[in-house]
Design a protein around this ligand. Structure first.
Ligand SMILES: Nc1nc2c(ncn2[C@@H]2O[C@H](COP(=O)(O)OP(=O)(O)OP(=O)(O)O)[C@@H](O)[C@H]2O)c(=O)[nH]1
Length: 370
């Protein structure tokens, strides 16, 4: 926040927004600004920070719409769009939009991220201001304000918020991600799982009820799945080629995961040579096929110096009220089964237990639970 000072004009608060007994407009405006900054930097996860940023900005500027576009920290594509507009009662509502949809109202936003510079336009009396969110000389996102007031009224406030947001995002990103691979770390699992389950529940709510086609099974609703992936005989790789090559195998495997799974799938390095994947799929058959495809891809890949590397995978479905530790435990039992039965294989907890293959001896998997 150092170096940033918002003027009354920046805040664009209308005089009727002030309470009648306000001692001074200045101190009221500054305390609202400080409240907003304190509340959005209070969050410890990036999704909550995003929500708070757009809400604070919308409320402080009385904008008709605030949009936050976010790019991956290591990529040029837009990975999320968050939109905030007032409802009929004037209460600001948040909504996540499809980052791949082509929306002409976001044209300036893309230009701003490309040119790394503030963009403005006025169309039919609506003023649009777009400010880049910069980090190390590149745009990690942009903030767009659509307002009845000219851009000058909220420009320095928006730029100030963009700077605070950029700094804070980098800090949060470091605390949620694994240094070597850039994937999420173990600490993020619970939060990401809750987010995915919530998102999945919202999707179920808006889906029309499945229509049964005579003679065909009714389409199954999507479900959340958790898979654990472990490199086979990794100790041997370390012992034979040394830890530097071992680390390189971990890094290359993470790159293969990024290339193979969807952007909406959530990837973690869980520790050592263990990885976790969270994703949605309609049936166990689909999950199995997706994971098998990845397992085969790795088995066919030639790793520099090391050559062939294989992985074993265990997976399980996650229920709405599951504890992450229980889901992990089930997937780990399936992984353990895969390890015990020749490695370089993919096993699902549900089908193993339906076939009675998870006896008492499978009680303990290999993963350290929380
Ligand atoms: N290079 C490297 N090695 C690691 C890292 N974290 C853990 N390891 C090593 O990974 C090895 C894991 O060995 P084990 O748990 O015995 O498993 P494994 O040799 O893969 O055998 P299976 O899982 O049974 O196929 C150990 O030697 C650890 O020291 C890391 O970040 N980098």
């Amino acid at each position: 926040m150092a170096g940033y000072e918002a003027s009354e004009e920046d805040l664009a608060l209308s005089p009727d927004a002030l309470p009648p007994d306000a001692p001074a407009a200045d101190s009221f405006v500054h305390s609202r600004l400080l409240d907003s900054v304190a509340s959005f930097t209070h969050h410890r996860d990036i999704a909550a920070l995003d929500h708070s940023l757009v809400l604070s900005l919308a409320e402080l500027t009385a904008a008709r719409r605030v949009v936050l576009a976010k790019r991956a920290l290591d990529g040029a594509y837009v990975e999320a769009i968050m939109c905030c507009t007032p409802d009929a009662q004037g209460v600001y509502r948040l909504q996540a939009d499809d980052p791949d949809a082509i929306d002409p109202a976001l044209k300036l936003l893309h230009r701003c991220m490309h040119r790394l510079d503030v963009q403005t336009e006025t169309v039919q009396g609506l003023h649009r201001l777009v400010v880049p969110i910069l980090c190390d000389g590149r745009a990690i996102g942009a903030l767009q304000l659509d307002s009845d007031l000219p851009p000058a009224a909220s420009r320095s406030l928006t730029e100030g918020f963009a700077r605070i947001y950029a700094n804070y995002t980098v800090l949060l990103h470091e605390s949620e991600h694994d240094k070597l691979t850039g994937l999420y770390n173990r600490r993020s699992l619970e939060r990401q799982l809750q987010r995915l389950l919530h998102q999945h529940e919202q999707t179920l709510r808006v889906l029309p009820p499945a229509r049964a086609v005579p003679g065909e099974p009714a389409a199954e609703p999507p479900q959340v799945w958790l898979a654990i992936l472990d490199i086979d005989h990794f100790k041997r790789i370390n012992d034979t080629y040394g830890h530097i090559y071992g680390d390189e195998v971990i890094l290359l495997l993470a790159q293969q995961m990024r290339a193979c799974f969807r952007r909406s799938d959530v990837l973690f390095r869980f520790g050592g040579e263990e990885f976790v994947i969270l994703f949605g799929a309609a049936s166990e058959g689909i999950v199995h096929a997706v994971l098998e495809r990845f397992r085969q891809r790795i088995a066919e890949h030639v790793f520099p110096q090391v050559g062939s590397v294989t992985v074993s995978i265990g997976y399980a479905g996650v229920g709405r009220h599951d504890y992450p530790a229980s889901a992990l435990d089930r997937a780990d039992k399936a992984l353990y089964y895969a390890k015990q039965h020749g490695r370089n294989g993919t096993c699902g907890y549900e089908s193993l237990s339906a076939r009675g293959l998870l006896g008492r001896e499978m009680a303990a998997g290999s993963i350290d639970l929380f």
